[in-house]
Write a protein that binds this ligand. Structure first.
Ligand code: F0G
Length: 404
């Protein structure tokens, strides 16, 4: 485990998130030679598509008890109707909203909780715009651990809140936004013996990177050309890049995709770095968007995700809330995929780029949809026509259908 900035090596046998020398985030570097020894494509292919299919590429001790709800193995849908509608040659959607708690967070949490147990921790914690708290609560319950989640007051979608409460977490509403809640959690961790499972935890990233391996396997052993992905705190986009880069270095694929990070206009500090050409992130003090999952103004992983996107040869852009809601509807109507607003942001990015010409119509794109639409029923209902009411009679239905 190394610091992303100064390279200082940190031991993996105790909780650690930031470098003890310079304060930057830590990442786990794969030892390529050792990984090549352990990694057998034949053995891997005999296992079902899932996070733990890639057991040998996940840095958890061999004897560890693994806490799993069978996460990963989500569909890569060949979205033909949607592709035709928006005018692109090929569009795949990696729908991670079908994970056990309805978002990609489960990929990271199965590894994170397994590590928490390995470290002998008793209590886990996170700050969350919703999905992390739902997922952490579920896995903490499974592992018999205490769980504390901090959420921004009034800004968490109903479904996510219901999940965290049902799974038995102590749910704490913070008078502030996500960035402020995360700051409180990070500063409390050591003092109160909390193991933090936000995406600043390097083991979360190790689980989430498996989505990139899966996409390559689902495409028949090749990487996509372009990957569109929503960016909030910046953990998932960095994790995807780690997965693609590792798979390429292991020779499982012979290329990697260009990563296009998509943010909501009201919470777009990473996109702004790319449009301004700045190498420093300027936080957005009052982030706002209908996609509450990515309502983040000061992404903790900004350096990781900025570097990941740069290294991939890609860029980050912003879309409006109207773009996001349009994309959400299209996905639901044309492909049967109901995503929450943040889970439609990447598609909104594809549509905007096709319209501006930044993306060619002959492209092949994989779009990551990160969370299920049932998480946020309020936004869905407010966007839809009200149900029609009739008397309980065949005649009434006939009149409504305009039948003769
Ligand atoms: N999509 C969804 C549905 C999310 O819940 C999140 C993040 C993202 C995208 C962005 O991923 O932060 O790794 O860049 N949700 C976090 C949470 C912040 O607390 O649930 P990121």
């Amino acid at each position: 485990m190394r610091c992303i900035e100064c390279g200082k090596v940190h031991e993996m046998d105790r909780p650690a998130y930031a470098c003890t020398s310079c304060g930057n985030l830590l990442e786990i570097r794969m030892d390529r030679a050792k990984a090549l020894e352990r990694f057998s494509e034949t053995k891997m292919r005999k296992r079902p598509l899932s996070v733990w299919r890639y057991r040998e590429l996940i840095p958890i001790g061999e004897g560890a008890q693994i806490f799993t709800l069978n996460e990963g193995g989500t569909q890569l849908l060949d979205a033909k109707r949607l592709a035709e509608d928006i005018g692109i040659r090929r569009l795949y959607i990696k729908f991670d909203g079908t994970n056990p708690t309805g978002s990609f967070k489960d990929r990271g949490m199965t590894v994170g909780i397994t590590k928490a147990k390995e470290l002998g921790m008793k209590t886990v914690a996170c700050a969350s715009t919703g999905n992390t708290s739902a997922s952490l609560a579920a896995y903490a319950g499974l592992a018999g651990m205490k769980c504390v989640v901090l959420i921004p007051e009034g800004k968490v979608a109903l479904g996510k809140l219901a999940q965290a409460m049902m799974h038995g977490a102590t749910v704490v509403s913070v008078k502030g936004n996500f960035d402020e809640a995360l700051d409180v959690v990070m500063r409390s961790a050591e003092r109160f013996g909390l193991y933090v499972l936000n995406s600043v935890n390097p083991f979360r990233v190790e689980g989430q990177k498996t989505a990139a391996y899966e996409i390559c396997d689902q495409l028949g052993g090749r990487s996509p050309e372009v990957l569109y992905i929503p960016v909030g705190n910046g953990g998932n986009s960095a994790a995807y890049w780690k997965g693609f880069a590792e798979y390429e270095s292991l020779g499982a694929v012979n290329s990697h995709p260009m990563i296009r990070g998509i943010q909501a206009e009201g919470a777009a500090p990473i996109a702004r770095m790319f449009s301004s050409g700045s190498t420093e992130m300027v936080p957005v003090p009052k982030p706002d968007t209908v996609a509450t999952a990515i309502r983040i103004g000061n992404p903790a992983n900004w350096k990781k995700t900025y570097r990941a996107i740069k290294e991939s040869g890609g860029t980050a852009t912003a879309v409006t809330d109207a773009n996001i809601l349009d994309a959400q509807k299209k996905m639901a109507k044309l492909e049967g995929i109901f995503a929450e607003p943040a889970g439609a942001a990447a598609l909104a990015g594809v549509i905007a780029d096709l319209e501006s010409g930044a993306l060619g119509k002959s492209s092949e794109v994989v779009c990551v949809s990160t969370g299920h639409g049932l998480k946020d029923p309020d936004v869905a209902i407010s966007q839809s026509a009200k149900p029609l009411t009739i008397d309980a009679s065949v005649e009434s239905l006939g009149r409504l259908l305009g039948a003769p």
